[in-house]
Design a protein around this ligand. Structure first.
Ligand code: SF4
Length: 470
C-alpha cells in the first residue's frame, strides 16, 4: 500500500506535511518522500529509504530545512515518490496510490511516441512516473488526470502539487479514499482521515469517486464532479485502515467491533473458550466486539514488543518477515497455560504466520486455540492495490487447499462454489485449512455479515478478493 498527505496554507506548512505524512506510516515500509513549494524558493524535494528507520527519523532534518506554504508527502511500499516533473503543464510534483496492471502496455505505447522513462529497480518503470507521462499527454492537468485514470487498469488516486495549488483526484471508482480537512490557515488532503485532527484541521469533505479538486489556501474548488458508481475497498475497514479513520462515514474501529459482534452471534453456544484475544494490531478490535457480545472475557495472552520493533522495520522477504513477526510476540504464560483461547485475526493469507502463532500458544501451554477471522476466505489476489503482504493467488492457503481437494487448479465456477458459505465445498475447504494449520476450530466471517458490519450497500464496496466480483 501507500498513503499520502498534502497541505496548502497561508503560512509555512512543512511541519504539517511532515506529521500528516508520518501518520500514514502504517501504509508503507519502503520509500517515503516530501515535496514543498514556495514562491520564493520554488520546489524542494526529498526521498528516503525507510526500510530500517521510520519516516519521522529520516525526515527530521527536512522538517526544519524545508520551507514552503504548499507541500505533499507520501509513504510507499513500492516506488520512490513523489516525483518532480517539468512539462508543458509547468513544474509539478505527483504522488499516487493504486496499482497499474497494464503498465507495460501503456509504457510501450508512450515509448512509441518517443516518451522515455527512468527505470526503477528490477527493470520496472516507476508507476508514478508512468502516471505523469500519461497526464502529460493532454492539454491541461484536468484532462491529463482523467486520461490517466481512464486508461489505467487497476486503481489510481493522486495528489499533484503545482505553483497554483494542490490537485487532489480520487480513483474513478473510489477504491481508496481522499478526505479534505480545513482550518483558518488553509486546507489539507489526506488518505487517512485521522491524520489531520491533531494538526488542528476539521473535516471538510470526502471526495467522491473520480472527483478532482484544487486546493489553495483560500478555497477548495471542484474541477470534476464525482461519479455515481463506487467500489471502495472493504479491506480498509478489516485490515489496513487505521482504527481512528473513517471512510464514507464508517469508522474503522466501530466496523471491527461490529465484525466481532456478528462473529460471536454465529458462534453462539458452539464454543466455550476461557478468553477471547486479538492478533495485534488489526485483530484486537474484532476481538473486543466478540468479547462484548459473547460475555467471554477479553485478555491479551501475548503482547507485541514494540519499543525497538517499529512497524516500518519490515524486511521485504517473507521468511524474514515471518521470523520478525514471531519475535515481536511475547507470551504471558499464566493467561495461556491450560486455557482454551479464541483468537481473532483480520484474515489468513498464506497461513504461515497464524500457524506459527498458534504453535507458539500451544508451546506456551494453551489447551485449545479456536481461530476466527474478520473476513471471508481470500480466494482471489487483489487487482487494485499493491499490498506488501500480497501474494500470488496460487500461494493463498485457500487455493492450495482447493487444489488439493479438487486434484487440479479450480475453474471460475468451482471457485464460486468455494466462496459460498452454505456449500459443502466451502465446509470442506475450511475444515482442511483448520486441520493443516492445527487450529482447534476455525470460522471465517461471512461476506453478508462483513458487509452488514461495514454498513454500506453491497454494490458500493469492492469484495473482489472474496467473491471475484469486479
Ligand atoms: S480486491 Fe480486496 S483488497 Fe483489493 S481493493 Fe478489492 S476489497 Fe480491497
Amino acid at each position: 500500500m501507500s498513503g499520502f498527505f498534502g497541505a496548502v496554507s497561508k503560512e509555512d506548512c512543512v511541519f504539517e506535511v511532515f506529521y500528516g505524512t508520518d501518520y500514514h506510516s502504517h501504509l508503507g515500509t519502503r520509500r517515503a518522500g516530501m515535496v514543498v513549494y514556495s514562491p520564493e524558493n520554488g520546489f524542494d524535494k526529498s526521498i528516503h529509504n525507510i526500510e530500517n528507520s521510520p519516516f519521522r527519523t529520516k525526515f527530521t532534518p527536512e522538517s526544519t530545512t524545508m520551507h514552503g506554504n504548499m507541500g505533499i508527502g507520501c509513504i510507499s511500499d513500492y516506488e520512490a515518490q513523489p516525483i518532480l516533473v517539468r512539462s508543458h503543464h509547468g513544474i509539478y510534483a505527483v504522488t499516487t496510490v493504486g496499482k497499474i496492471n497494464n503498465a507495460d502496455e501503456l509504457s510501450e505505447k508512450l515509448m512509441g511516441g518517443e516518451c522515455q522513462f527512468f527505470e526503477t529497480l528490477k527493470g520496472e518503470i516507476n508507476p508514478t512516473e508512468l502516471v505523469a507521462a500519461l497526464i502529460n499527454q493532454k492539454e491541461n492537468l484536468i484532462d491529463g488526470i482523467r486520461y490517466a485514470q481512464e486508461v489505467t487498469d487497476g486503481s489510481l488516486s493522486m495528489l499533484i502539487l503545482t505553483e497554483k495549488g494542490i490537485f487532489a483526484a480520487r480513483d474513478k471508482l473510489g477504491r481508496t479514499p481522499i478526505v479534505i480537512g480545513e482550518k483558518a490557515e488553509g486546507y489539507c488532503a489526506s488518505f487517512e482521515s485521522f491524520a489531520y485532527l491533531n494538526l488542528g484541521y476539521k473535516d471538510y469533505k470526502e471526495l467522491g469517486p473520480g472527483e478532482i479538486v484544487i486546493m489553495t489556501p483560500e478555497s477548495v474548488k471542484t474541477l470534476w464532479n464525482p461519479g455515481k458508481k463506487m467500489k471502495i475497498c472493504a479491506f480498509l475497514w478489516i485490515y489496513y485502515g487505521y482504527p481512528s479513520s473513517s471512510y464514507e462515514g464508517k469508522t474503522v474501529e466501530s466496523v471491527r467491533y461490529n465484525c466481532g459482534k456478528l462473529l460471536a452471534g454465529r458462534d453462539k453456544d458452539s464454543v466455550h473458550p476461557d478468553i477471547v484475544a486479538g492478533v495485534p494490531d488489526s485483530g484486537i478490535a474484532h476481538a473486543v466486539g466478540y468479547s462484548n457480545t459473547s460475555g467471554i472475557p477479553y485478555a491479551r495472552p501475548f503482547v507485541k514488543y514494540t519499543p525497538t520493533w517499529p512497524r516500518s522495520f519490515m524486511p521485504p522477504h517473507q521468511n524474514k518477515r515471518n521470523l520478525i513477526a514471531k519475535m515481536k510476540l511475547i507470551p504471558i504464560k499464566e493467561l495461556i497455560e491450560g486455557k482454551s483461547l479464541l483468537l481473532i485475526d483480520d484474515s489468513i493469507v498464506r497461513g504461515t504466520q497464524l500457524r506459527e502463532t498458534t504453535e507458539f500458544l500451544y508451546e506456551s501451554g494453551a489447551k485449545e486455540v479456536h481461530i476466527r477471522l474478520g473476513c471471508p476466505p481470500l480466494l482471489y489476489g487483489c487487482k487494485y492495490l499493491n499490498f506488501s503482504r500480497s501474494t500470488s493467488e496460487m500461494e493463498l492457503i485457500t487455493r492450495r487447499v482447493i487444489k488439493k481437494l479438487e486434484g487440479k487448479d479450480p475453474g471460475s465456477e468451482t471457485l464460486k462454489e468455494y466462496a459460498d458459505p452454505e456449500s459443502q465445498k466451502y465446509t470442506e475447504m475450511v475444515d482442511e485449512i483448520c486441520r493443516q494449520l492445527h487450529f482447534t476450530s476455525l470460522r471465517y466471517h461471512r461476506l453478508d455479515d462483513m458487509l452488514a458490519a461495514i454498513g454500506l450497500p453491497e454494490d458500493q464496496v469492492c469484495t473482489y478478493c472474496w467473491n471475484g466480483k469486479e
